[in-house]
Design a protein around this ligand. Sequence first.
Ligand code: SF4
Length: 287
Amino acid sequence: METLQDFDNGNLPTWCPGCGNFSILAGLKSALVELGIGPLDINLCFDIGCNGNGADKINAYGIKGLHGRTLPLAGGISLGNHELPIVAISGDGATFDEGINHLVHTVRSNYKFVFILHNNCTFGLTTGQATPTTPEGQKMNSCPYGVVEKRLNPIQLILTLGATFVARGFSGNVNQLTEILKKALNHNGFAYVEVLQHCATYNKFQDHQFLASKVYDVATDSNFKNDRSYAYNLVDYSNEKIATGVLFQDEASTSYPQKLLYRHDFTTKLKDEVKVYDISECLREFS
Ligand code: SF4
């Protein structure tokens, strides 16, 4: 039986005190333990950024990719092994700036893995520059007179791309995040989980207290409907309150591997069919 201690690797955290990254990593570990998934049964794909430094703070199989490129890594792994639980982790800057093309095609493909999007509206690791989710007009280190571009709404974008699982959590509510991640890990397709995260050092306009005063769980709303258009309107920036929880799920979702018609009669997985090549000659040549 897995325990939280199994995921500890003894490394000291380098995140700023009060950073939302602590609770997001705690929520992920709790979800894995509660689902009986151990450190050797999961593959974690990390990006570059403060969130990506979580790779050093968890004992589990994982890989760290280039900035904004964690989604194709996770997609490739899921193609090779359809049954392996996979969680890709990235930030709002990497995902909606450099990596937005990967996001579009990952949603279209509906690969079976979970994507945790840390949204703190900030490039934290590089000291507080604006990202596409920073509010228009907000002064940041990269734009002291305020952000000129319009603010991107990530969940509205994801919904219009046809995502089959869309959820939003808050770094101040680990229990809710754990439950969301458990549902996401059981979803048959690409599961997008955005987490509104407090950046204690560079985001003073949307801090923990601000977020805590705005968020509510849709599970407590008797009018809530599991409907794509309903969810789209629910997350509009003009709304006073911020909806969290599983905002939309297509229960009939068909993941990418299930749509590969040419493989329908195969009983093996791609990972079983990869040939083993002896490259020792090549290595000798270049040594
Ligand atoms: Fe966290 Fe912000 Fe510090 Fe990065 S800069 S570790 S996101 S508080």
